[in-house]
Design a binder for this molecule. Structure first.
Ligand code: DGY
Length: 321
C-alpha cells in the first residue's frame, strides 16, 4: 500500500502526477485555506504533507498527526513551521531554497522602479480619466540610476537584487548578521556598513531577511526616522520584518517618500491605512510568482517529500535528524 500524503493547497497537475507515482494523494485542489481543526483532521492519517506558507504547523497540529513523518513547505521561508516541535515529534521539515531567487529578485526590481517612479499612482490617475495633458511637474519621481541602494540581508535573493543594480550604475551598501565573503561583495559591488549608516545613506532600502523573532520589526519607527525623507522602502521578504503601523505613519507624515510592499503583517489582512495612501505600491505576496518558478518550488517540495518518505535525507532538510 502506498503511503498517504496531503497536499494542502492547489498545485500544478505535474506535481500531483509525480506524487501519485509514490503516494496515495489527497489534494485540496479547491485551494481554500484549511482552518487548523480541518487541517488536523485531514492530516491525522497521513505520513507526509506538502504545505504552503499559509498553513501553520505547530505542536497542537502535530499532536493530532501520529503517522506524520515529513512536512514539506512550498516556500523558502518557513516561519509558518515550528521546527522544534517537528524535531521533537521526529518529523522532517523542508523548504525550497534557490529556485526562486532570480524571480523574486526581478520582482523586487519591479517594486523598486514602480515605487520610485510612482507608476501605480500615475496609472490610477490615468485610468480614472483625470489626465488632461503633459505637464512638466507631473508625477515627479526619484531617479533610480546612480542612487544608493541599501540592502538588508545579502543572502541569495539580496545578492540577485544587488547584481541587477549594476545596470543602473548604483552604489550598493548592505547590512547582514555576518559580512559576506570578498567574492560575493565583489560580484555584487556591495560594501558592508552598519545598520544606521545604511539607513542614513540609502535612497532605496530593500529588505531581504527571513522572518524570525530576531528580525521582528527590523524596520520600525526608529529605523524609519533614520531614513532620508526622499528615500523609499521595499519589502519583498516577509510581513513582520517591517512594522506596518510605523511605516504607515512615516508614509503619512512624509518621514520617507514611498514604499513598495509585497508582504504584510497578518496576511492576507492588510492594515487599512495602506489603502488610504498614494505613496505605496502594494502587491499580494507574488514576488516568486512566475509560472516556471512556482512549478519549480512545488516540484522541489514534492521531491523533498518523496526522499523523506523513502527514508532518505531530503535535499532541503531544515531540522536535525
Ligand atoms: C517564499 O518562498 O518564502 C516566498 O515568500 C513565497 O512566495
Amino acid at each position: 500500500m502506498k503511503p498517504k500524503v496531503l497536499v494542502t493547497r492547489e498545485v500544478f497537475y505535474e506535481v500531483l502526477e509525480y506524487l501519485s507515482q509514490y503516494f496515495e494523494v489527497t489534494s485540496n485542489q479547491s485551494d481554500s485555506l484549511m482552518e487548523p481543526g480541518t487541517l488536523a483532521v485531514n492530516l491525522s492519517d497521513k505520513e507526509g504533507a506538502l504545505v504552503t506558507l499559509s498553513d501553520r504547523i505547530d505542536s497542537t497540529l502535530l499532536s493530532c498527526c501520529p503517522d506524520l513523518k515529513a512536512v514539506c513547505n512550498i516556500a523558502v521561508g518557513y516561519d509558518n513551521i515550528d521546527l522544534d516541535a517537528c524535531t521533537k515529534a521526529r518529523i522532517m521539515a523542508t523548504n525550497t531554497p534557490g529556485v526562486l531567487d532570480d524571480t523574486t529578485g526581478d520582482f523586487t526590481w519591479a517594486l523598486i522602479l514602480a515605487t520610485a517612479r510612482r507608476l501605480t499612482e500615475a496609472e490610477s490617475y490615468l485610468r480614472s480619466g483625470q489626465w488632461d495633458g503633459w505637464k512638466l511637474k507631473q508625477f515627479l519621481g526619484m531617479d533610480v540610476h546612480h542612487a544608493t541602494l541599501g540592502i538588508f540581508g545579502l543572502g541569495r535573493i539580496g545578492q540577485v537584487v544587488a547584481r541587477r543594480s549594476i545596470g543602473f550604475e548604483m552604489k550598493v551598501i548592505y547590512q547582514d548578521v555576518r559580512r559576506a565573503g570578498p567574492e560575493i561583495e565583489q560580484a555584487c559591488r556591495a560594501s558592508f556598513v552598519d545598520k544606521n549608516e545604511l539607513l542614513a545613506q540609502a535612497d532605496i532600502v530593500s529588505v531581504h531577511v527571513p522572518y524570525s523573532p530576531a528580525t521582528h520589526h527590523l524596520i520600525g519607527k526608529q529605523e524609519l526616522e533614520r531614513m532620508k525623507p526622499a528615500s523609499v522602502l521595499i519589502n519583498a521578504s516577509r510581513g513582520g520584518v517591517v512594522d506596518d503601523a510605523a511605516l504607515i505613519e512615516s508614509l503619512r507624515s512624509g518621514a520617507i517618500a514611498a514604499a513598495g510592499l509585497d508582504v504584510f503583517e497578518n496576511e492576507p489582512k492588510l492594515h487599512p491605512g495602506f489603502l488610504e495612501l498614494k505613496n505605496v505600491v502594494l502587491a499580494p505576496h507574488i514576488a516568486s510568482s512566475s509560472k516556471a518558478t512556482r512549478l519549480k518550488m512545488a516540484m522541489l517540495a514534492a521531491q523533498n517529500l518523496v526522499a523523506a518518505l523513502a527514508g532518505e535525507t531530503p535535499p532541503n532538510l531544515l531540522n536535525p535528524f
